[in-house]
Write a protein that binds this ligand. Sequence first.
Ligand SMILES: [Zn+2]
Length: 593
Amino acid sequence: MAALGLAPSVAAQSSVASAPISDVRYDVIFTAAGATRRHVTVQMRFTSASTAPVVLSLPSWTPGSYTIKNFARNVVNFSADQGGTALRWDKTDQDSWRVFPREPGAVGIRFDYRADSLTNDGSWARSDFLLFNGTNLFHYPEGSDLSFPATVTVTTEPAWKVATGMTPGGERTYTAANYHDLVDMPFFVGRFDLDSAQISGRWLRFATYPTGSVPASERRDVFQALNRIVAPQVKVFGDVPWTTYTILQIVDPAKSGGSGLEHVNSHVDILAPEMIGAPVLISLYAHEVFHVWNVKRMRPADLVPYRYDEPQPSAMLWISEGVTDYYADLSMVRGGIVNARGFYDLLTDKAVEVASLPPISLEDASLSAWIRPRDGTEYVYYPKGALAGLLLDVIIRDATDNRGSLDGVMRSLYQSTAPGGRGFTSEEWWGAVSREANGKSFDDFYARYIDGREPLPLDSVLRLAGLRVGGDEQREPRLGVTTTQDSSGFVVTQPLPGGPPLPAGLESGDVLLAVGGIGLSDALWLEKFRVRYARANDGTEVPVRIRRGAGDQTVKVRLGFVSRVDPRIVEDPRASPKARQIREGLLRGTTRP
Ligand SMILES: [Zn+2]
């Protein structure tokens, strides 16, 4: 079709390279007055060698949080100037600003950022506090190699504190060797609690907001627990790669559960109040700290270097996240936070979760992380990746009579790929696995369980480690309908052709309001329904409140039952001496010399 006479547009090209810039400095201004508006003000200053346009981009995501966030949408009041006189600017794409210098020399940009997102990868201001991620606030020259050093100065109230993993370089001034490090070191600014302890011979700082959210007795317990879980991790890799590690932790009643985001020498946790003192918090710390090695320093080559302007999918995310989760569990048992039974329960939880989800290959699940699929498999690469790590560990130990282990794979890939930061390919991963297992081939394992969708062979492999998968049979009541959820509620759908018909009393299009007296507006209705009718007889009738057309009515529906076996990982009393030794090796982090 005709283009209505429009000339081909150069400006529509998404990637316009910037003229080179140098002496890059960032100022972050956060005062009590600015905090009331939930804005943080950012100035970026640099030297331009010519009058060629400078194109400055903001990242669209934060490494570790694999989803597009478009941080540029939070920018307001953007301006550019040279010597105090405003400069002309426009945008070249949704997150790139093009500035036109009048002459060579010092150029500045300035803007406010709306800091109202309490997420690990976001920025969040309160009246006395700011969390920010560099990916949100710090522009980079489009098309540049990002190896430029940068300086950050924080201007804030004199009584307020600053905590970050960046290297101090003067009064509230911090330096980073390159842009990747710069945006990998989030900041706390304001009033918060901060203390530190020696863990594995290096300093670990614990910064918590709001003040008092982690009382003194809990802080002592946290440091003790960290001491226990970090030591087995250091043993895997043989080094402590940080000078100072900082935990940046926010507790907020609006959050449920907890989440963490890893960085090269810090991590950010956002927690519900009930997470404080809960054992699961220690396992969150264990996961995030293990990332210091696995993903921050050794990671899939697809993620090297990070590209900030587009999704960067990797089929090996299950290694970065799932294997990290396996090591979080290993850290818990090897550090004595849980006993062997507790460790098997952590693995069992993962097996139960995976068994309840649609079959999906670990590579496909890894690639799909960016779009957060809605069929339940959004995060399956964590538990299923952890179980795949467990199976690889057992198979390697079995093939080598417990002389090799997954620890050996992690250590060898870390030593061969971390120093140059080059990343490992799939061939390198499977090569390292095979070498550690005395040359055993993993082609079949890869084809069936990593590239393929076959269920993981938990029972047969775990028997090699003196474990087996038992099962608790559950009898589960079923109404016998499928529903879709929309603004009107749970709507009964038409049965599939050839499938079982709708139970008598219900029609497709009925909106379910209550089942057995339990309102469907109750988020836990399904659990309550299962508990209430678990022991009911076949054919029991339950009252179902529905909306059909304009009116509400109650109909009687006969229940059906299915039995479901939840896997449970237990010790095998008939295990051979070799299998027992492998089991001990897993639990203690040891191999035979
Ligand atoms: Zn993770």
